[in-house]
Design a protein around this ligand. Structure first.
Ligand code: COA
Length: 247
């Protein structure tokens, strides 16, 4: 089936490049945006209509519709909006640029990987993540769910990144460390050792500047995900796809 793609978050013009790739190289039909800002409803973004907010998905939904969440403002909002859409019955897919080689990579669903991301062999990536341009995910890195990785981040081999982690631009994570659930890594940080759950670290060497409680304990896994989304894929070579829609 040729899927129609609906994107949550009409904000970042880089999306246009991703949609061109999806249409021309991956056989997906970009269909529309939704956005929770009423000022955008009825307008166009990247050549597509903004149909309404999350509440409008009941009117949009059809068997050939698949969703991708583009929200990267903070991982809590990313998690909550995806969760609400799942509860409303939305089916998610991946929007992954066709130039990204996913050989020997395991990746879930609802993920957004911009052009210029590199993911090395043995990496295991969860659901609902967003990796931006130039980020490097080295061999055997594990990434949880609802994670955001900003432009230019370098995650060294065997790092373990928990659910809901936010990593700011150009941060560097040294090998074999653990970044706890819902932790934040500041832009440009050089992280030498484990980061506790809920901590914010900044600087070189990174130090903890804030400690917050971990939200969503016990249901980080987006409970309805497996029931209504595409199956996980393993070791998809470029172009073959981890789901019938975008790779
Ligand atoms: C880490 C971050 C989330 C902290 O935000 P915050 O919770 O609002 O923290 P504050 O701005 O109050 O800063 C707390 C302290 O950390 C310092 N700090 C904040 N960010 C820092 C950074 N990236 N590097 C070094 N020091 C930093 C502040 O100067 C402040 O120090 P002080 O207490 O000595 O004055 C934020 O500064 C950051 O780096 N965000 C990443 C943004 C990004 O890369 N976005 C990607 C968009 S694509």
């Amino acid at each position: 089936m040729r899927y129609r793609l609906v994107l949550l978050g009409a904000a970042n013009p880089e999306t246009r490049r991703m949609l061109l790739d999806a249409r021309e190289r991956q056989g997906v039909e970009p269909y529309a945006f939704i956005d929770n800002d009423p000022a955008k409803w009825g307008s166009e973004f990247c050549g597509l209509p903004v149909l309404g907010g999350i509440a409008s998905v009941e009117a949009i939904d059809a068997p050939d519709i698949r969703y991708v969440n583009l929200i990267t403002r903070d991982t809590r909002t990313r998690y909550l909006t995806t969760h609400e859409m799942l509860e409303r019955g939305c089916r998610f897919t991946n929007l992954i640029h066709s130039a990204i080689d996913l050989t020997d990579v395991t990746i879930g669903t609802g993920n957004y990987l911009q052009a210029g991301v590199a993911v090395q062999a043995g990496a295991v990536i969860g659901d609902n993540v967003s990796f931006h341009v130039g980020s490097i995910i080295a061999h055997e890195v594990r990434v949880g769910n609802s994670v955001f990785i900003a432009p230019g981040v370098c995650v060294a081999g065997c790092v373990d990144i928990g659910d809901g982690v936010f990593i700011g631009a150009n941060a560097t994570l040294l090998p074999r460390i653990r970044i706890g659930n819902w932790a934040t890594v500041g832009a440009g940080a050089v992280v030498l050792s484990d980061v506790p759950d809920g901590a914010t670290v900044v600087g070189n060497p990174a130090r903890v500047v804030r400690q917050a409680p971990v939200p969503f304990t016990g249901h980080e896994r987006l409970p309805t995900w497996s029931r209504i989304s595409e199956p996980r894929s393993e070791g998809s070579p470029p172009g073959t796809g981890s789901s019938p829609a975008c790779r």
